[in-house]
Design a protein around this ligand. Structure first.
Ligand code: BEZ
Length: 298
């Protein structure tokens, strides 16, 4: 009599695949990498199961990441832009820069920084080419946590001009615009002459811009000035100061606004004390902000 052969079939479920991928990390020697990959795979698989991703959507995601890579270059970091607009950069910032009470808070670095800003004397103009902007003086002190002035602190400063541009969008990219390095004096004071910052749109001519539009989001950042403030023996802080009257403070495209970084820009329309102090003709603006550094970790 002919016997029916019973073939044992293994049913593979979605959860079996997740478990098997996780199991293959058992032998990873680098404990930190193992922890990161375990968590990443769990969350990634959970996300795909949660939304029941279709094959077409999966391919669209792959194409999006491919386009993001192709858009990236030495001067355009589309992946950082993606991280910024998804709020990932700010979550990383908050986890890594838990500040003691009183220290200046950090915020995103952004993809537009490059080295080579010139050293500028105190009071000199960061924005000599920005003739259309409202002349502005930003001044203040760099202090330690006890309120003592830090002499010789460095303020690596940059902002966009009154047309919402820095060097890169200009034809002559080699010309440094809107960037400068200032030092504090013996009393910890700094004075920066510039033009009033304006709100501007983050680069949105690539895949990240497409994603913002597809999800009905705008690309605007509130008016701000970028600083990296550093001094010997102190932890450097990457931060901004924001203009308190900007309409995008509540909806910054990259989620970078912190209450403690909002600063009043005061308009002056007469030849008042500030005009005399800074030798500047009205109309102009002044903004006063003290940066407080925490000690470097030993
Ligand atoms: C910026 O302020 O330069 C910036 C920050 C994040 C994304 C894009 C631009």
């Amino acid at each position: 009599m002919k016997q029916t052969q019973v073939v044992a079939r293994r049913r593979t479920t979605e959860d079996d695949i997740t478990a098997e991928v996780l199991r293959r990390l058992d032998s990873a020697q680098d404990a930190r990498l193992r922890r990161i990959m375990l968590s990443l795979i769990q969350h990634l698989h959970h996300f795909i199961k949660d939304v029941e991703l279709t094959e077409a959507e999966w391919l669209q995601g792959i194409q999006f990441l491919t386009d993001t890579g192709k858009m990236s270059s030495d001067t355009r970091q589309e992946f950082i832009l993606l991280s910024d607009t998804l709020g990932v950069s700010m979550v990383v910032d908050l986890i890594n820069h838990r500040m003691p009470e009183g220290a200046t808070e950090s915020t995103v670095f952004g993809p537009c920084h490059h080295d080579g800003a010139p050293e500028l004397a105190t009071g000199s103009n960061l924005a000599p080419t920005d003739t259309a902007g409202m002349p502005t003086v930003v001044s203040g002190r760099v202090l330690d946590l006890q309120g003592r002035p830090i002499a010789g602190a460095l303020l690596d400063t940059r902002q966009y001009d009154s047309t919402g541009r820095h060097d890169q969008p200009y034809e002559d990219k080699s010309r440094i615009r809107m960037r400068g390095m200032y030092h504090t004096g013996k009393d910890g004071r700094f004075v920066i002459r510039t033009s009033r910052p304006v709100a501007y749109e983050i680069p949105n001519d690539g895949p990240v811009g497409k994603l913002l539009r597809a999800t009905d989001r705008h690309a605007w950042r509130p008016a701000h000035i970028h600083f990296v403030v550093s001094a010997e023996g102190f932890a450097p802080v990457t931060t901004h100061i924001f203009d308190s009257v900007d309409k995008y403070l509540e909806s910054d495209a990259v989620f970078a606004v912190k209450e403690s970084l909002i600063c009043t820009f005061t308009e002056h329309h007469t030849r008042d004390e500030a005009a005399k102090q800074f030798n500047i003709e009205p109309p102009f603006c002044t903004a006063e902000f003290d940066f407080v550094l925490k000690p470097a970790r030993r």
